[in-house]
Design a protein around this ligand. Structure first.
Ligand SMILES: Nc1ncnc2c1ncn2[C@@H]1O[C@H](COP(=O)(O)OP(=O)(O)OP(=O)(O)O)[C@@H](O)[C@H]1O
Ligand SMILES: O=P(O)(O)OC[C@H]1O[C@H](OP(=O)(O)OP(=O)(O)O)[C@H](O)[C@@H]1O
Ligand SMILES: [Mg+2]
Length: 281
């Protein structure tokens, strides 16, 4: 039976479970459940703190886990990334009170609060900077206001929390993070691990694309196909009106609207975009 760790709380919990459900796996209905058995797929899911997941996976007790890249690096556990999952996107950055220009050199001798002491310690050491690292568990942005720190290093998503507390980020991000599927570094690969990864890859990929359908006058087909080459090549189907064809092709979600604009300008009609839920390529 494949044993898989899933975040039980926090920013990754819901999207991780939704992605697994989309990939056909049974997920918990009760927020407090710590395990769910999926006998159909021969998988047992363990709902754990995202910070602890690299420890379980790195030790080999669990086969795969979903966590943040930043947390995996912070843990120091021997895990490797198998797949980027495209949610939980954040940067891990230094921040300090707004109102002056900060540079990383200004960190020298400061009191620096963080929930990621290992990542920060490594970064400071690489830069040859000495600072007093104050380890907190969360709500790090408020520590400056409360007087226990001069600067912080923390996760930035939208940047709203920093702004709310009068802080500005500075320096290059220490880590650019997203949710990742991790496995034990150098651990054995098995068909069961590969199957779960392939199913998730199908969902991740599907989320990055939409399916475009449109009607195209035959004489414009070549130009239209240039705009929508699809993965292999687009499907072209005849219409009752022999001067027109129906075209179907996958396009990147981020490009979909501009391609639709161009198709409409070209003379295509009934240009439709629809979601793809999963795929195998
Ligand atoms: N606001 C956010 N936007 C994007 N990603 C985020 C955000 N907050 C956290 N993350 C990411 O989610 C992952 C887990 O962080 P999270 O804050 O959920 O865990 P935690 O701090 O251990 O739990 P909790 O906040 O519930 O105590 C990390 O990889 C982090 O980078
Ligand atoms: O840039 P934003 O979109 O505002 O998000 C960033 C905030 O979100 C996370 O906090 P979380 O809710 O996990 O609380 P925590 O600090 O207690 O972990 C993170 O630690 C930041 O504080
Ligand atoms: Mg948090």
């Amino acid at each position: 039976m494949l044993r898989v760790a899933v975040p039980n709380k926090g920013a990754l919990a819901q999207p991780a479970s939704e992605m697994l459900a989309e990939a056909g796996y049974r997920q918990r209905h009760e927020q407090r459940d710590l395990t769910v058995l999926d006998p159909t797929n021969n998988v047992e899911f363990f709902f754990l703190r995202p910070k602890d997941i690299p420890i379980y996976v790195g030790s080999g007790e669990l086969d795969l886990g979903i966590t943040g890249r930043d947390l995996a690096r912070e843990s120091g556990a021997p895990v490797s990334e198998r797949l980027e999952l495209g949610f939980g996107n954040s940067t891990f950055r230094y921040a300090a009170p707004a109102g002056r220009e900060w540079t990383v050199g200004d960190l020298q001798g400061k009191r620096l609060a963080t929930a990621y002491p290992r990542l920060v310690g490594q970064d400071l050491a690489e830069r040859g900077i000495t600072a007093e690292v104050i380890e907190l568990d969360g709500a790090v942005e408020i520590s400056v206001q409360l007087g226990v720190a001069d600067v912080i290093a923390d996760v930035v998503g939208s940047g709203r929390t920093l702004r709310q507390h009068g802080l500005v980020a500075f320096g290059e991000p220490i880590c650019v993070s997203e949710a990742v599927l991790v496995q034990q570094a150098g651990g054995p690969d098995t068909p069961a691990k590969a199957q779960l990864a392939a199913r998730l890859r199908g969902v991740v990929f599907a989320q990055q694309y939409v399916m475009l359908d449109y009607d195209c006058p035959k004489q414009l087909l070549e130009k239209a196909v240039d705009l929508t080459p699809g993965l292999e090549s687009p499907t072209i189907a005849p219409l009752a009106d022999e001067n027109w064809v129906a075209v179907r092709a996958m396009v990147r979600r981020k490009d979909a609207n501009s391609i639709m604009d161009e198709l409409a300008a070209l003379g295509a009609k009934a240009v439709l975009a629809s979601d793809i839920r999963s795929c195998r390529l």
